[in-house]
Design a protein around this ligand. Structure first.
Ligand SMILES: [Zn+2]
Length: 376
């Protein structure tokens, strides 16, 4: 995580870097702001910058020994505290270190995420993730070691509002008498719920929403979406990367594929050959990659609908509109035809890969679906 990886927020980056250069490094900072504006990646970039051995004017070098360890978030002076959940049947109290490798990988893959997404990543849902009281003992223990390179020890606390009372009180003690060459970076979405005594120990740094200009750039560059739509999504995202990505995923290709899937199934069921032919022409007008993606989507939908019949909701990964469709459609996918349909789909996919005429491939597939759908 470098400053350059952070979406927008140029002013905030500049301010932090200038403060570091002027030697103003507060021992505790509270990064506040709404979800999805980049507080965590900014804190990590900050910690890297102050530990970098040859930083440039606007970012860490990326090649010094400290930077190399930061690349994998395994620098010995970089400590993370974040909400965790107790593993089933665990006898000893849970601490962040139990999840540290999962956490590192998760953050490296995409540093913009919600608490829900992190909880899911830990493999548990519908369970409250919190920062337990023993975590502050862990912090103390870690800080009692000498820093490895003589640099700053950095403790990044993600969502301190999830600390239980005991933990908050212990942390307060540490903040009152901070060890030397140690900095705390607290990242909060609900600073009002923190102990006022903790708030008063921290220098507050408010991170604003990401500007529409920066968000539009991110959307066009990363998702290849044309500028007009990107602007609309950026506007609706209200400066949150998370909201923007969510809109893209639900709105975009997914929705189109869903509509195409539904219309094909309806046409096949009603045996509307002429319309099926038009449908195949629509598909043929797409690029090969998208055609393949669509066939993958169909395979997922067939699988999901087959599973739907078992009424095991936890095994299903459909959106709400897909589920709604499945209420009536799922009974058509059963043990008599699922293998046949899946075979046809993978055959269509390999034909597309071999550049067989797409109109033929999709029309052929739709004709076969007429027969397969009535096998009950
Ligand atoms: Zn460096």
């Amino acid at each position: 995580m470098f400053f350059k990886d952070i979406i927008g927020q140029e002013k905030a980056k500049r301010r932090l870097i200038n403060e570091i250069k002027e030697g103003r490094i507060p021992h505790a900072q509270l990064f506040c702001g709404p979800e999805g504006v980049g507080k965590l990646p900014l804190a990590i970039a900050y910690a890297r910058y102050i530990n970098c051995q040859s930083p440039s004017d606007d970012d860490a070098c990326g090649t010094c020994p400290n930077c190399i360890k930061f690349n994998k978030l395994i620098h010995p002076d970089l400590h993370f505290v974040f909400p965790v959940v107790k593993k089933k049947g665990a006898s000893k109290p849970v601490v962040c270190d139990d999840y540290i490798s999962t956490w590192r990988q998760f953050v490296l893959n995409n540093p913009y995420f919600t608490l829900n997404q992190w909880t899911k990543e830990m493999g548990v849902e519908n369970q409250q993730a919190i920062i337990y009281s023993n975590e502050s003992d862990e912090i103390l223990k870690k800080l009692s070691f000498k820093s490895s390179q003589g640099g700053y020890k950095c403790v990044i606390i993600w969502l301190p509002e999830k600390m239980n009372v005991e933990c908050s009180n212990k942390l307060l003690k540490i903040l009152e008498e901070p060890p030397s060459m140690t900095i705390f970076l607290l990242i909060s979405e609900q600073p009002d719920t923190l102990l006022t005594t903790i708030l008063s120990r921290c220098q507050r740094f408010n991170l604003p929403a990401i500007s529409e200009y920066d968000m539009t750039n991110m959307i066009t560059n990363r998702f290849g979406i044309e500028e007009i739509s990107a602007k609309e999504i950026a506007h609706a995202s209200q400066g949150s990367v998370l909201k923007a990505i969510d809109t893209i995923q639900t709105n975009d290709e997914h929705k189109e594929f869903f509509d195409l899937f539904v219309s094909l199934m309806r046409l096949c069921y009603a045996r509307k050959i002429r319309e099926m032919k038009l449908w195949s022409e629509t598909l043929a007008s797409m690029g090969r990659e998208r055609q393949k993606n669509f066939l993958t989507y169909c395979q997922n939908m067939i699988r999901e609908n087959f599973i739907y019949n078992f009424h095991k909701d936890e095994l299903n990964y459909m959106s709400s509109s897909e589920k709604q469709f499945s209420q009536k459609f799922a009974p058509f996918i059963n043990e008599k035809n699922i293998f046949g349909i899946m075979n046809e789909l993978s055959e269509a996919q390999s034909h597309i890969e071999q550049n067989v005429n797409a109109k033929m491939v999709f029309f052929d597939f739709s004709l076969k679906m007429i027969v397969l759908l009535i096998q009950k």
